[in-house]
Design a protein around this ligand. Structure first.
Ligand code: 5GP
Ligand code: MN
Length: 311
């Protein structure tokens, strides 16, 4: 059932105990929005648990309270409410089976599947953290420095540091409020931009695989399993092909296991969320992802074929 922002706040206020979760492969918005909501709930005197079924990337260790995030290792979790942020139910991993509480889903993904008891979806918001910012007002919680840092991080990461087309006047006002409340922009950007020497060298290898397709309208990085095994994070690789002149869609295909590929897509015009949805993935018009259970060459072929139809 779709509910309003006010009703969302009321649901949060009427719960005594909450489990808060977000998607596997967590990014700055997943972590920032769930940490901010977690901290606000604790301040409102609630029992809250923050569960994410994945490793937390080292780069986010600057986020206040990041150590509060646990993997769902217990047998089961009792709560009045399961709050899913920045995600649909299919990407929360084992939290889905282990916490059977009524689900309150707060999200900004246009591809949200609606599998929740209560859904607050605003696809016009650049980040789920923008919604958490609005909720702070509804809940009458004044963001402190920690909450501000988390909300700012979520907004900053999902807008490509205030560069993508989803950046609105609202985005800037929310971010400005968070700076006023104590968020430090340079700490966020320095922590998230930093790469190890090894990561820079890995990126150099991955860039050797760049190929153009459809007269240069599509650019891709194609990492087979052998190469994938030698490299660590691929964070930010796709941005290097996205900026090539004439490119509309940028893709990163990586064979994370033999016969299984993870796909990331970015675009300047075409709707890549529809391409992702064709492979049971999802995301936004200009940033989306999916998996294809095929070796690299086949996955690449299938993906390019789907993109070709959309061009
Ligand atoms: P990224 O390329 O950064 O992993 O993901 C870009 C966007 O697509 C994010 O908003 C993310 O939530 C969404 N996305 C990535 N992979 C998947 C997927 O497998 N399923 C769904 N539903 N969304 C995805
Ligand atoms: Mn997001």
């Amino acid at each position: 059932m779709k509910i309003s922002l006010k009703e969302t706040a009321a649901k949060l206020l009427s719960a005594d105990s909450l489990v808060i979760t977000s998607h596997v492969n967590p990014d700055g918005d997943a972590l920032g929005s769930s940490l901010a909501l977690y901290q606000m709930m604790i301040r409102l005197g609630k029992r809250a648990e923050l569960l994410i079924d994945d490793d937390i990337p080292e780069a986010f260790s600057f986020l206040p309270d990041i150590a509060a995030i646990k993997k769902p290792e217990a047998e089961s979790y009792d709560a009045d409410l399961l709050v899913m942020l920045d995600v649909s139910r299919d990407r929360i991993g084992r939290v889905a089976e282990k916490c059977r509480a009524p689900i309150l889903n707060i999200d900004h993904h246009i591809t949200n599947d609606g599998e929740a008891d209560f859904l607050y979806l605003d696809a016009g918001r650049a980040a789920t953290a923008e919604i958490v910012y609005q909720l702070a007002r509804e809940l009458a919680v004044e963001p402190d420095e920690a909450v501000a840092m988390c909300i700012y991080t979520g907004i900053s990461t999902d807008t490509g540091n205030f560069k993508f087309s989803n950046t609105t006047p609202f985005t800037m006002r929310a971010a400005a409020d968070m700076l006023e409340a104590g968020a430090k922009a340079h700490i966020v950007s320095e922590a998230l931009e930093q790469r190890s020497y090894q990561e820079v060298m890995d990126k150099a290898k991955a860039m050797q695989t760049i190929e153009l397709a459809f007269d240069g309208r599509v650019a891709g990085i194609y990492i087979d399993n052998a190469l994938y095994e030698t490299i660590g994070s691929t964070e930010g690789f796709i941005d290097t092909v996205r900026i090539i002149a004439g490119v509309d869609a940028a893709v990163l295909v990586k064979e994370v296991e033999a016969g299984r590929c993870r796909i990331s897509m970015r675009s300047k015009g075409m709707d890549v969320s529809r391409i992702a949805a064709a492979f049971q993935g999802g995301g936004h018009i200009r940033a989306a992802g999916c998996s294809i259970e095929k070796p690299l060459a086949e996955a690449k072929e299938m993906l390019l074929q789907e993109i070709g139809k959309a061009l």
